[in-house]
Ligand binder design. Structure first.
Ligand code: INI
Length: 156
């Protein structure tokens, strides 16, 4: 049987430069995502001096911030971390939709891997569960996805 050509990304962050975009809105949740992501990336070899943390007001500001960072060409990957929690108005839906679409657009337009660590939750309890308790830490998962995608894309 012919051998299968397989491309897979090693979870090795040594030598990379990464920007983390973190929103201040719901910071008691977002700070847990940032902490988890930093811990994961450093344990996989990323040097702290190669990480730039950018604080922004809320999820709605994520696409522009990611776009500016990607345009500098200084970063191998970007990690977008935030938490949108549903309130009593349709605001949640607009913020989630624009942040998601905008980030996907930046990733494609600049060919820069972006880890999507934006929680979109109906309740605060759901957000807490995903920020380092029952349902894991989505900041860690997004960091792992960004790292794997960087390493895959480097081979394509
Ligand atoms: N931004 C968030 O990151 N999370 C939210 O839950 C949220 N809610 O619910 O309103 C939110 N709104 C702010 C928005 O992202 C912008 O920062 C704001 O509209 C100013 O442009």
């Amino acid at each position: 049987m012919n051998s299968l050509t397989t491309i897979a990304g090693q979870l090795d962050a040594r030598g990379l430069k990464v920007a983390i975009v973190a929103s201040r809105f719901n910071d008691f949740i977002v700070d847990r995502l940032v902490g988890g992501a930093l811990d994961y990336l450093e344990r996989h070899g990323l040097a702290r001096e190669d990480i730039t943390l950018v604080r922004i007001p809320g999820a709605f500001e994520m696409p522009l911030t990611c776009q500016k960072l990607a345009a500098t060409k200084k970063y191998d990957g970007i990690l977008a971390l935030g938490a949108v929690i549903r309130g009593g108005t349709p605001h949640f839906d607009y913020v989630c939709a624009e942040a998601t679409k905008g980030i996907a657009h930046v990733m494609l337009a600049h060919e820069t891997p972006i880890g999507f660590g934006l929680l979109t939750c109906d309740t605060i309890e759901q957000a807490i569960e995903r920020a380092g308790s029952k349902a894991g830490n989505k900041g860690v998962e997004a960091a792992a996805a960004m790292l794997e995608t960087i390493r895959v894309c480097q081979q394509l």
